[in-house]
Design a protein around this ligand. Sequence first.
Ligand SMILES: [Fe+2]
Ligand SMILES: [Fe+2]
Length: 167
Amino acid sequence: MQAGSLVWIPGAGQIPDFPSRPYSMCAAQESGAMAIIEWNSTLSVNIQQFDRQHMKLVDMINKLHEGIRASNANEVLGEIINDLARYTTTHFADEEQIMATYQYPDIAAHKAEHMEFSQQVRKLELEFRAGQTIVPLGVMIFLKNWLVSHIQVCDKKLGIYLKEKGL
Ligand SMILES: [Fe+2]
Ligand SMILES: [Fe+2]
């Protein structure tokens, strides 16, 4: 799959505003596989707990994308989005707790990025509860790009700091 060749969802309307970020290296490695994010070592932050959680998040984004491609029912997509919202909350809380414990100096900026993603997922969750049946292409691209670039930049930086602190 080429970068940007996500399935267009008819009736999705305008692509909403989303922060522009550099396209990840992962995009160039995409093949014809269904997954839009392939896990590889560039996504490792060298903290086992977080790598495991990130793998699960990657899996959830891929599941959402597969659900859209397969035209899954509204309830199925809604359930995937609920799971993503719940797991995101857990993962961000774990990272933020460890940042506080280890007095990570960039905690405010890191938390602000988490908030950005959480708000987008929450918005999508509420829209589905209100009867929306599609995931706009722009939202799907945002979720994917945010996750990859956040892990590769912010979480990696945190991982290096935590290793220096002996974790
Ligand atoms: Fe993070
Ligand atoms: Fe993370």
